[in-house]
Design a protein around this ligand. Sequence first.
Ligand SMILES: [Zn+2]
Ligand SMILES: [Zn+2]
Length: 136
Amino acid sequence: MIKFSVRDITSKGLEINQTIPMEGIGLSSEEIDLRSPITVKANIERVDNTIIAHTKISADYGYMCARCLEDFHDRHEDEYHFDFEVTPDRQDIELGEEIRQEMIMANLPRILCKSDCKGICFGCGVNLNHEKCKCK
Ligand SMILES: [Zn+2]
Ligand SMILES: [Zn+2]
């Protein structure tokens, strides 16, 4: 849960700095392979009846290289902006669900361990990043 109340947003805005486990925003390891808790930094401001949350999410993501099929991980920070409308019956805002959806959408299905990954030889099956091709 990353929850705040509309009342907490002062004229200077509101800052949120929180580190939560992935389950804290309802993410499961089948959805995203995370290797660390999620760090959420948000700057929240109110402009008339709109609340804007400038949010930075950082975590260590696990991947399987699309070329050599090796497991690797990469820590990166992503920026998202969320808008919420203030209505009389909306006094508490939950950022976690928005973050969960963005993280799932942004999760790359196809990624390389490094841009010049040499991949696997189709002949002998060795990982060409570590070994020489054994094909004759
Ligand atoms: Zn690779
Ligand atoms: Zn080979």
